[in-house]
Design a protein. Structure first.
Length: 348
């Protein structure tokens, strides 16, 4: 699907129709090997190496602010000169915050209903990650990390009244920002305006979203057929990443899109089952955090390409191009498999 969605864009910009396919194939191959290896390790090693993982992640989140690939005004990618690739520290941060919060909550489970231990301290941990990612001009990363943290706090036993109050305050902030988009960074505020006003800059801020909707509408029930998309011919910009689902809908139609959504739902459901079967609270929370990350990212991506929420630049897990993302996702699946393997072992 990645090759089908990207070969015109790859040929136009890189002179090679297979550019994204070859690049992604390498990371998928490496990622599957990593997944299989990690699945054989004891997941409890995560707690032993949590502090080094946290230190490396925070260092990378700081380094990227000063040493990054020049992509517009964003500071999201660290250049690795020898390999001629880039890595995105925020992808590592999504996993790190899962491990850190799972460890904290499992150690302080009996005090999670308290204001300080169950609400203020976890929010402080989340705020550190979100603050550094915000400085990268990576609003979608901030949203994802915050949502992952909120899910873990909720499942970890944070006082539901405080949680409801926080959710209400957050909703009020979101409404305020939507009504006053100028308070956001210029590019983010412009996207909110483009979401509210469907006639706003059809050749500018609305171009990507409008063509995404054309692609989805063209797919009808069964799609135009694999490889037959018209919108991928430089109409839907960045089809290799945030908007690949629109090309999926055009080529595979409603049926194909529904099957893919069902597969994501099955993955999420299986993850929750593994989490509930685990007798280790830390392991259970790690699995919940990982599958929630995939679910939240998938939901937000689909909401963006269907113009249900403003364009926030969120990749579709396992589909969108991105080496760091693919490696981390498959690494995380290895962790889930490791937890599942130990959960299913019974004493005889």
């Amino acid at each position: 699907m990645l090759f089908s969605a990207t070969y015109p864009y790859a040929l136009q910009n890189y002179g090679d129709s297979y550019h994204f396919f070859k690049q992604q194939f390498f990371f998928v191959f490496a990622g599957v090997i990593v997944m299989l290896i990690v699945s054989k390790f004891d997941y409890r090693l995560l707690r032993r190496f949590m502090l080094p993982l946290l230190a490396v992640t925070l260092i990378l989140l700081v380094v990227v602010l000063f040493y990054h690939a020049e992509v517009k005004d964003f500071k999201r990618w660290i250049k690795i000169p020898i390999l001629h690739i880039t890595m995105q520290p925020s992808d590592i941060a999504k996993f790190t915050i899962v491990v850190v919060l799972a460890d904290y909550i499992s150690k302080n489970y009996k005090r999670m209903n308290k204001m300080y231990d169950g609400f203020a301290k976890p929010l402080g941990i989340i705020a550190v990650f979100c603050g550094l990612i915000y400085l990268e001009r990576h609003n979608s990363g901030v949203i994802l990390v915050f949502c992952i943290g909120a899910v873990l706090m909720f499942c970890g036993g944070s006082n539901w009244k405080l949680f409801a109050l926080g959710a209400g305050l957050l909703a009020a902030v979101v409404i305020f920002v939507i009504m006053n988009p100028d308070v956001m960074m210029q590019y983010a505020g412009k996207r909110i305006v483009a979401w509210l006003d469907k006639d706003y800059e059809p050749l500018g801020a609305r171009w990507q979203t409008n063509n995404s909707l054309y692609a989805i509408g063209s797919g009808n029930f069964f799609g135009v057929g694999l490889g037959n998309s018209k919108q991928k011919f430089l109409y839907v910009s960045e089809p290799q990443n945030d908007f690949i689902f629109s090309i999926v809908c055009e080529e595979l139609g409603f049926v194909g899109a529904a099957v893919i959504i069902l597969l994501y739902a099955l993955l999420f459901g299986r993850g929750l089952y593994i989490a509930m079967q685990s007798k280790d609270r830390f392991a259970s929370l790690v699995v919940i955090g990982i599958v929630s990350q995939v679910a939240i990212q998938t939901i937000f991506n689909i909401l963006v390409v269907t113009d249900t929420i403003p364009n926030t630049g969120i990749a579709l897990p396992f589909f969108s191009a991105g080496g760091t993302s693919m490696l981390m996702l498959l690494f995380e699946m290895g962790v889930v498999l490791s937890i599942s393997r130990t959960t299913n072992q019974r004493k005889v």
